[in-house]
Every structure is written in structure tokens, then in C-alpha cells.
Ligand binder design. Structure first.
Ligand code: PMP
Length: 430
């Protein structure tokens, strides 16, 4: 990794930290600089090739450099740089997404997931006239001030009976009012949500949740949990917000709401629908979204709906519609999950593999529990996970440092088999 090491020194002189947080936060063994990606592969400056299951933190559902996406961006970009909407392709994209996403009646485009989350919270406040939100431990809704704190923080919950928030060094600079704005509960505990909402509904504008907890493990909602949230929100006139930044267009064309058959009032899409080009969408029912329509809620952004990013989104969705890769993403993902479990059993390692298939998580933990909540993950063996991810990396298989794997339409059966045999080798050595 000599070239990467040299580039890190150069980068440190001009970029804070030299590289993005992934390398530092998850104890990656090396800061790697990449030259290019193609299909399921990514290449570094030292000439190493990796089988890529990070997919740039998830968005590359078609793999790197899909020709139709690239061609579409080139074509539309050549027509001038049409920002802030007001071009035909934006309407076409919204029409397409409206037809696919079950809860979609109206939408607006922004640049990234974090921004779209803020818009959804703002709409919920404006419509209900209430100020607070209920969110869940371990869920991530972007890195902006009010939602950031909580991903790694076992928070004092709404009932005040849990541990005090543990302040991590990287939370410096964030406001201290987060727990005033949010009630934070353990996920998947419907009775606790019901009790809390019954006590606090007069101040609650929305419940926001990832429909699958993907940022700490990859935990599915318990049977009836999402429907329970829907019922509670209906009963009290609270917005149900699905943060589908990861699940949108990844588990089905209609996102997790299509997959589970539960319809939120507002939802947020980003990452996969534009192959990672900077565009996100806040999508919702007319009665909520009309607050933007009536200009009661401000929604702005100079670079929103730029024609190159809209082109990336249209092209990605076109390919997803034509190829319908979902059956394959599930099949390959589940085959890989099963192969990893078997490799763990054969090598006597306490590897846990959990998720849906198109994305799943690996962790090291001595627990027989079939499901876990965020606070359980605090005791998972992160150092061992670091050694596993590093070992995979050295064998040419790239996995997200916190243990998450994404499958793309570019992965082949041979890729899956190679990942399994590499994992067996790495686990054996460990
Ligand atoms: N919500 C969820 C569920 C996410 O996973 C992320 C990013 N990983 C975000 C919001 C923030 O999106 P972005 O990084 O595009 O701002």
C-alpha cells in the first residue's frame, strides 16, 4: 500500500484527517485511495483489485460505472446545467417514482438524505403544530445537528429510566438540546412506544424510523411493529416517517414500504435510486406535502434537481425496472449469508450474520438471541470485527468497516462463492 500511504501524507496537509471518517472510525488497517471501479470491482492506487461489497456505502445498486447511467448523465449534462428544477426530466422522474412508491402522492427533490430528513421533520411540525419527535436508538438519520446525536449514544429514554447519554468526542459542536427535541426509545418495543405516545402525544409531531435498522447491525422489524406504529400515528394524528435512505429501491422498487406493505405519511429516499449521485427525495401523502405546495414550509436548494443527477436517477430506475434484479439480490445475498454462517460454524467463530439479503450485517457476539436491539450491539466485539474486515480486505474483498455488506446487480454467483471461501480462510486464520 505504498502509494496509498504516500497519498495519505499528502492528503493530510490539505484535508482534515486526510480521508473520510470510515478509515478512522472503524479502525481500518490502511487508508486506501482508489483509482476506479467497474461493475463489482474497485481498484486502488497500488494496483490492487477488490471485490466490492461496500458499494460506496450502499448506493451502487447497479455496481460501479453502469453504462446506461453514465450515458444518460453525459447526454443530459450536455444540454446545459439546469438546476433548481423547471425541466422536463424532473417531472418524468417524479412521475416514475410516484408510480412505484406506495405512499407517494407528491414529492420534492433535495441533494442528500440528511437534508431530506430535515424537510420531513419540518413538514411534520408545520402540519401538526407540535414540536417533538420520537426516534429510535441505533437509527441514523443523517449528520445534521438535531438528529446526529444518538447513533452511538445510549440515550436517556423518554421515561428517564435508562443510562444517561454518553457523549462521544465527535459530538462536540452539536447542540445540547437534542433530548429536548427527541424522545428516544429502544426499537421494536411496540408496548413502550404506545405507552410513551399516550403520555406525550400532545407534543409529538412525528415518529421517524428506519423500516429496517441498517446502521447498527441489520435488524428487521418484529412482526407487527411497523403496522403498530402506523396505528398509533393514525390514532393520535402524528406523522409516520420512514427513513428509506438505505432501504429505498434496495429491497424493492417501492422500498421497504412496498416490501412490508405499510404506508408511511412521509418518507425519504436517497442513495440507491440515483446510483449515489447527489439527489434525494422527500415523498409523501398530499395532505402532508401540500404544506410545501402552499409555501407554508420552505423547501429550497440551489443545486436541487440538477439535470445530471436527475439523469442518473432516471437511468438507474430504468435499469432496475427492466432488469428486475431483486430476486437475484435476495438470492445471492442469502446465499452469501448462509455461506458465512457455515464458514463461522466450521471454524468455531462467533460470527453473527443478520439481514435481508440485498444488505446484511456481520458482527462478532456471544449471544444466542435471534434478534437484538441497539444497546446489545454495544457489547459486540468491535476489535474482532476490525480484524475480520481487515483480513477480508487483505484478501481482496471489501466490506464496510462496521460489518455491513451490500449486494449489487453486478455481482455474480462466482463473486459470492469467492467471498465465502475468502471469509472461511480469514476466519480460520483468526
Ligand atoms: N438516513 C439513513 C437511514 C442513512 O443511512 C443515511 C446515510 N447513511 C442518512 C439518512 C443520511 O444520508 P446522507 O448521507 O445522504 O446525508
Amino acid at each position: 500500500y505504498a502509494q496509498s500511504a504516500a497519498l495519505l501524507e499528502r492528503a493530510k496537509k490539505v484535508l482534515a484527517g486526510g480521508v473520510s471518517s470510515e478509515f478512522r472510525k472503524y479502525n481500518h488497517p490502511h487508508a486506501i485511495f482508489y483509482t476506479h471501479g467497474q461493475g463489482s470491482r474497485i481498484y486502488d492506487v497500488d494496483g490492487n483489485e477488490y471485490l466490492d461489497f461496500t458499494l460506496s456505502q450502499g448506493p451502487l445498486i447497479l455496481g460501479h460505472s453502469h453504462p446506461h447511467v453514465l450515458q444518460s448523465i453525459n447526454e443530459y449534462s450536455a444540454q446545459g446545467q439546469l438546476f433548481a428544477g423547471q425541466h422536463l426530466k424532473e417531472i418524468e422522474l417524479a412521475e416514475k417514482m410516484n408510480a412505484l412508491i406506495p405512499s407517494a402522492e407528491l414529492m420534492r427533490f433535495c441533494l442528500d438524505g440528511s437534508e431530506a430528513v430535515q424537510t420531513a421533520l419540518r413538514v411534520a411540525r408545520a402540519k401538526t403544530g407540535r414540536q417533538k419527535f420520537l426516534r429510535f436508538e441505533g437509527h441514523y438519520h443523517g449528520w445534521l445537528d438535531n438528529v446526529c446525536w444518538g447513533i452511538s449514544t445510549p440515550s436517556a429514554d423518554a421515561l428517564g429510566s435508562r443510562e444517561q447519554p454518553q457523549v462521544y468526542p465527535w459530538t462536540q459542536g452539536l447542540p445540547e438540546r437534542v433530548t429536548e427535541e427527541f424522545l428516544i426509545l429502544p426499537w421494536n418495543d411496540l408496548a413502550l412506544v404506545r405507552k410513551t405516545v399516550a403520555e406525550h402525544h400532545q407534543e409529538l409531531a412525528a415518529i421517524i424510523t428506519e423500516p429496517i435498522m441498517c446502521n447498527n447491525g441489520c435488524v428487521l422489524p418484529r412482526e407487527g411493529f411497523l403496522q403498530g406504529l402506523r396505528d398509533i400515528c393514525d390514532e393520535y394524528g402524528i406523522a409516520l416517517i420512514f427513513d428509506e435512505v438505505i432501504t429505498g429501491f434496495r429491497v424493492s422498487l417501492g422500498g421497504a414500504q412496498g416490501y412490508f406493505g405499510i404506508t408511511p405519511d412521509l418518507s425519504i429516499f436517497a442513495k440507491a435510486f440515483a446510483s449515489g449521485y447527489p439527489i434525494s427525495a422527500i415523498v409523501g401523502k398530499r395532505e402532508w406535502m401540500q404544506l410545501i405546495e402552499e409555501a407554508k414550509v420552505i423547501h429550497a436548494g440551489t443545486m436541487n434537481s440538477g439535470n445530471a443527477t436527475v439523469a442518473a436517477a432516471l437511468a438507474t430506475i430504468e435499469v432496475l425496472e427492466q432488469e428486475q434484479p431483486y430476486e437475484r439480490l435476495f438470492r445471492y445475498g442469502q446465499k452469501l449469508m448462509e455461506g458465512l454462517r457455515q464458514a463461522a460454524a466450521e471454524t468455531g467463530q462467533n460470527l453473527r450474520v443478520e439481514g435481508l439479503g440485498p444488505m446484511f450485517n456481520t458482527a462478532f457476539a456471544d449471544t444466542a438471541a435471534t434478534t437484538y436491539e441497539y444497546r446489545d450491539t454495544l457489547s459486540f466485539d468491535k476489535a474482532k470485527l476490525g480484524r475480520f474486515v481487515a483480513g477480508m480486505h487483505d484478501e481482496g474483498v471489501r466490506v464496510i468497516g462496521r460489518g455491513l455488506w451490500y449486494i449489487s446487480a453486478a455481482h455474480t454467483e462466482a463473486d459470492i462463492e469467492r467471498a465465502i471461501s475468502t471469509a472461511r480462510k480469514v476466519l480460520e486464520k483468526m
